[in-house]
Write a protein that binds this ligand. Structure first.
Ligand SMILES: [Zn+2]
Length: 429
């Protein structure tokens, strides 16, 4: 058997050790110990973790890398971010949006992030960002799956032509319906926008992913309407509520009723820890709320929860670097959730779970799946999160698309080790 690539001696996310993974014609053809075959390329994992690639199911690629254009967000709030983006929007050009997006995708690949769901603002009659990202989606297809959401940033009802432009974007090939009910003028209009957008998704047979209740307002309850409409229209797992930060502040009795309703609807939830911990609680004095949704409670009710990145160097967030392990690491701290089980779960929440939310086909480490993988300088998923581990090799369709040397430091202290590999400090299992 002639193979394109073999990863040798890997530890898998499920704990299996010393496993070889073989790829041919872009797909995984064997996962077992000691594969006896030749391959054009051998990747020696030497006991390190090999996992399916990272997936970011909540991002804004039309705004990424625009930090400082045309100015910085002084208050640090969501609302100033939206206003600032509104100042930049008329200045956007197809070339500039596409160039920033392509640069970001380079960075993403280097970090083993090979699938991104990006919202794209449709509240611009020119649809400049939509057309630019459709071009980018086609260009990056060989190395990164980009899924686009038609996002009426300024409100489906509140912004003059948003409804028409959203349909135009979907007609052009944008594949997911978006919305922002908490930004509509009233709670009633917010709820009506959820119903209208779910109807569009149902009619067109599309997925829907709403920015939902991204505020500290305990009475922002659009997730209730989303769960109801998803159930009524049979959207099920095709529907997703992003953020749900108001759940942090909601009345506990109401949440005890809401959680089973979300579970029953099969709606997915996406939390964006880097952004939620920085944008929420800004109107508080002290104590200051964290503002993340109730991840542990949602999980306990069987609701699929994925973690997204949301922003990298844009009007809402000045940091970030396409590192989904940063996102997982922040979730551990900001929720907080520090059990070994929960930390290991955060790794799934930036790989397997968002892949299901996005409906990615042939994803995962199994025979027949695409040969897409990351080899990390870490012994297991918990270590990967702890270290925000170096991506030693990134593999797409059985071909190495990015390599980074292991992080090893020379230490110049007498009678102490000469080199330090941070991954060698892992606790012995
Ligand atoms: Zn967002």
């Amino acid at each position: 058997m002639s193979l394109d690539l073999i990863v040798r001696g890997a530890t898998l996310p499920d704990g299996r050790k010393d496993i070889d993974i073989a790829a041919r014609d872009g797909r995984i053809v064997a996962i077992e110990r000691g594969i006896q075959a030749e391959a054009e390329v051998i990747v020696d994992a030497s006991g390190r973790l090999a996992s399916p690639p990272f997936v970011d199911c909540h991002f804004h690629m039309d705004a990424t890398l625009s930090l400082g254009l045309p100015r910085l967000n002084q208050s640090g709030t969501l609302l100033e971010g939206i206003a600032l983006w509104g100042e930049l929007k008329p200045l956007l050009t197809h070339e500039a949006v596409a160039e920033r997006a392509l640069r970001y995708c380079d960075l993403a690949v280097s970090q083993g992030l090979l699938a991104v769901r990006s919202h794209v603002d449709v509240c611009d009659d020119r649809l400049v960002a939509v057309e630019a990202l459709l071009d980018v989606r086609a260009k990056v297809k060989p190395y990164l799956d980009l899924q686009l959401v038609a996002f009426p940033q300024d409100g489906y009802f509140r912004s003059a032509n948003a409804a028409r432009n959203l349909e135009r974007a979907l007609d052009l090939g944008v594949e997911v319906v978006g919305g922002i009910p908490h930004f509509e003028r009233t709670m009633a209009e917010g709820a009506a926008s959820v119903a209208a957008l779910c109807e569009i998704a149902a009619k067109r047979g599309l997925m829907i992913d709403l920015h939902c209740d991204e505020s500290d307002d305990p009475l922002s309850r659009h997730i209730e309407t989303l769960a109801f409409e998803a159930t009524r229209l049979g959207l099920g797992v095709r529907a997703t509520g992003s953020h749900l930060t108001s759940m942090h502040s909601m009345d506990n009795y109401y949440v005890s009723k809401l959680l089973p309703l979300i579970a029953e609807s099969s709606v997915n939830v996406i939390s964006n820890p880097l952004i939620n911990i920085t944008l929420q609680g800004r109107h508080d004095a002290y104590p200051r709320r964290r503002g993340l949704t109730r991840i542990a409670e949602l999980r306990a009710h069987g609701v699929p929860v994925a973690l997204g990145q949301d922003c990298v160097m844009d009007p809402w967030y000045g940091l970030g670097g396409a590192d989904m392990l940063d996102v997982a690491h922040m979730a551990v701290h900001a929720v907080p959730m520090t059990s070994r089980e929960a930390i290991a779960w955060t790794f799934d929440a930036v790989t397997e779970i968002p892949a299901r939310v996005m409906g990615l086909e042939d994803y995962g480490l199994e025979i027949g799946a695409f040969a897409d993988m990351v080899v990390l300088q870490a012994a297991d998923p918990i270590e990967a999160v702890r270290l925000r581990a170096t991506r030693l090799a990134v593999i797409r369709r059985g071909r190495i698309v990015a390599r980074t040397p292991p992080k090893v430091t020379d230490l110049m202290i007498p009678e102490r080790p000469e080199t330090i590999d941070p991954a060698s400090y892992a606790p012995r299992a």
